[in-house]
Ligand binder design. Structure first.
Ligand code: SF4
Ligand code: SF4
Length: 289
């Protein structure tokens, strides 16, 4: 690796209390649950579990798409587990989560993209733990807006859908997705339930220019997105899309400022920020405003 591509100091992870992390993850495994936290070996686990936030990966673990930055396996998807909503709800209670993020692989094989399953999970969590806010991080549903409406009618506390990267890189990095379709999804979600917060996120270090990132932020705002997350791309393995740059923390800070000036309610921007990082805290702050 060249000097330039060696991992800089700011990306090195503090040694947290692995024992606490393992305890939480043992419980999740006992409930046959997948979390993005564990699957992605997320560097923020200590902090998020401590803040009573976790991200459940439902309908997984196999995806019908194959984005080049993603660690999820592209294989034939599994049948939906009708017990999954109850398992997620039980884990939310056992972990005492204040904020649950529910996401899924993309299920292009399902007519509704998994919308009904999302709804079942939201319901089960609310029934078991009425005080827990629920954020859904959904796939693009192949533009099935009736399926989106099914999810929005359940009124999740936050509707999240990541654009992941700038428009120019879509064909190369996420050939099965469409930038404009993702923007349309966010705008339609807002139109369906105007008082529900919408959120999106992107990664830096994939070869985008600053100008392109600012254009993306403007596009998100023009589609009435309320919250944004910006983090550093870290390739899951050498076989994945190569990181092009480790972006300096100051650049992340400057983007947060520029984003706030565009009118977002929150822009979480930093090398270790992930789509669900601090999600509960941000939600609480906005509710308190
Ligand atoms: Fe889990 Fe998201 Fe926190 Fe990572 S940032 S530990 S994926 S909730
Ligand atoms: Fe990963 Fe989502 Fe792409 Fe599937 S659609 S490969 S889960 S980023």
């Amino acid at each position: 690796q060249s000097e330039k591509m060696r991992k800089p100091e700011w990306l090195k992870i503090k040694k947290g209390e692995m024992r606490d992390i393992r305890e939480v993850e043992r419980m999740l495994a006992a409930n046959q649950l997948h979390t993005v936290c564990r699957e992605a070996n997320c560097p923020n686990r200590m902090e998020c579990y401590g803040n009573k936030t976790a991200t459940f990966l439902i309908m997984g673990p196999n995806c019908t798409r194959g984005c080049r930055f993603c660690n999820v396996t592209k294989e034939a998807p599994l049948c939906l587990d009708p017990e999954e909503p109850a398992h997620v709800a039980k884990a939310v209670v056992e972990l005492g989560l204040k904020h649950a993020v529910v996401t899924s692989v993309t299920r292009d094989d399902l007519e509704d993209g998994g919308a009904a399953h999302f709804v079942a999970v939201i319901r089960a969590i609310r029934e078991a733990s009425p005080g827990t806010s629920v954020e859904v991080l959904i796939p693009d549903l192949r533009g099935n807006w009736a399926a989106l409406e099914v999810i929005m009618n359940e009124r999740p506390d936050i509707l999240n859908h990541n654009v992941e990267t700038i428009e120019r890189l879509y064909p190369e990095i996420r050939p099965e997705a469409e930038y404009s379709r993702s923007l349309e999804l966010l705008q339609r979600a807002k139109a369906m339930q105007p008082d529900i917060l919408t959120k999106s996120g992107l990664m830096l270090g994939l070869g985008e220019t600053e100008e392109e990132v600012l254009k993306l932020l403007k596009d998100l705002r023009a589609h009435e997105v309320d919250l944004v997350t910006i983090g550093q791309y870290l390739p899951p393995s050498a076989a994945h899309y190569q990181v092009k740059e480790y972006v300096h923390p100051e650049v992340f800070e400057a983007l947060a400022e520029k984003g706030m000036a565009m009118g977002f309610q929150d822009v979480s921007s930093g090398p270790l920020v992930r789509s669900s990082y601090n999600a509960g805290k941000v939600y609480d702050q906005i509710q308190a405003q």
